[in-house]
Structures are given as C-alpha cells and as structure tokens.
Design a protein around this ligand. Structure first.
Ligand code: 5GP
Ligand code: MG
Ligand code: MG
Length: 183
C-alpha cells in the first residue's frame, strides 16, 4: 500500500488534519479545566485511539499519565456484539482515580459501554469518556460521553488511527473509503 494508492482509495474527507487538531486543542482545554487539581488518568483503547491519545495529550496544558487497554469484540463480521474479551488489561490500579477513556469512535456504543461498566467496577473516583468521532445514527446503547470531537454520518471511515484490514491508520485525516477497496 503506497502513498499514491491510499489517495485513490478515499472518497471524501470528513475531518481534515487542521480540524482535528483545532478540536482536540479545544477539548484539551475543557478537560484540563474540568479536572483541575484532580488525579487524572487517561485510558486509551488500542489500537484505534493511538493518534487521538498522542495529539490530545500534547494539547493538554499540563501532564497526565496514560494507560492502555486492548479488547476484542465478538460479533458477526464487522458488527460488534457487545460481548467483549480483554486482550490487554490496564497496568495500573485505578482505585480512587479519575479515569478519562480516550476513544477514536463510538459506533454502536456496545464496546465502550462494556469497558465503562468494567472500569466502574474497579472503584475509580469517576469514569468519563472522550471520543474524537461519534455516529449518532448507529447507536444501539447510549454511552454517557462528556466530550465528543465530531458527530459524523453513519458511514465507514478510516484514518487517524482507524483501520480497514489494519491499513490506513497513518492517514492524518478521517475519510470514507471507496467501494472498490471492499471488493
Ligand atoms: P462499537 O462497539 O461502538 O460498535 O464499535 C467500536 C469499534 O468499532 C471502534 O472502536 C472501532 O475500532 C470500530 N469501528 C466502528 N466504526 C468504525 C468505522 O467507521 N471505521 C473504522 N475503521 N472502525 C470503526
Ligand atoms: Mg476504539
Ligand atoms: Mg478496526
């Protein structure tokens, strides 16, 4: 997959690099004010949230530790079922901590809903969610999401951490894929 072929695989850019950075800077400011003086822990969900975490964290006016979780969601094909297995758990004990889950996208919401419930069972001080993208029309369960970067249409997107068959994660923007890629 060379750089040229990637351009040809994209149909429409939904969020440009500039829009993403500007929005993450705004959110970082809001988040920082919200948690002022608190013991904040950023929890990223691998692998999609890698880019969001990296840029969001660098927009924060101060430092906060990060930790990572990896989960697999059982489902038929591309649809998530809400049945989740932990592939990599957090390194740290979150008891008494203010946890902010950093996500790439909320689609059905099933995976995140499961993660949120799981983390809440570990006696943290609080659990909130920040996601770069959300598809309101795809929601199967409501997940309380305090910070949302962009609401997008119910279409499959790639880039900025989001993959199709492990490709396209390195794109600096979020875009829809051309149909010829799937076939
Ligand atoms: P949910 O459980 O909310 O349906 O799915 C969550 C996960 O599915 C996301 O973290 C992401 O990995 C994947 N996903 C959902 N929608 C998209 C999309 O439009 N593009 C890509 N590349 N992955 C998606
Ligand atoms: Mg994700
Ligand atoms: Mg994926």
């Amino acid at each position: 997959m060379d750089a040229k072929s990637i351009e040809a695989d994209l149909v429409r850019v939904l969020c440009t690099e500039e829009q993403i950075q500007e929005r993450l800077a705004e959110l970082a400011q809001e988040v920082w004010e919200h948690y002022e003086g608190e013991d904040l822990l950023l929890v990223g969900v691998l692998k999609g949230a890698v880019m969001v975490m990296a840029d969001f964290m660098r927009h924060l006016p101060g430092s906060a530790p990060m930790d990572w979780m990896a989960v697999s969601s059982y489902g038929s094909g591309t649809k998530s079922s809400g049945v989740v297995r932990i592939l990599k758990d957090l390194d740290a004990d979150i008891t008494g901590k203010h946890v902010l889950i950093v996500e790439d996208i909320i689609d059905s919401g099933l995976t995140l809903s499961w993660i949120r419930t799981n983390l809440l069972s570990r006696s943290p001080a609080s659990v909130e969610v920040l996601t770069l993208l959300r598809k309101p029309d795809a929601a199967k369960v409501e997940v309380e999401t305090r910070w949302v970067g962009f609401d997008i249409p119910n279409e499959f997107v790639v880039g900025y951490g989001l993959d199709y068959a492990e490709g396209y994660r390195g794109l600096r923007e979020v875009a829809t894929l051309a149909p010829h890629v799937y076939s």
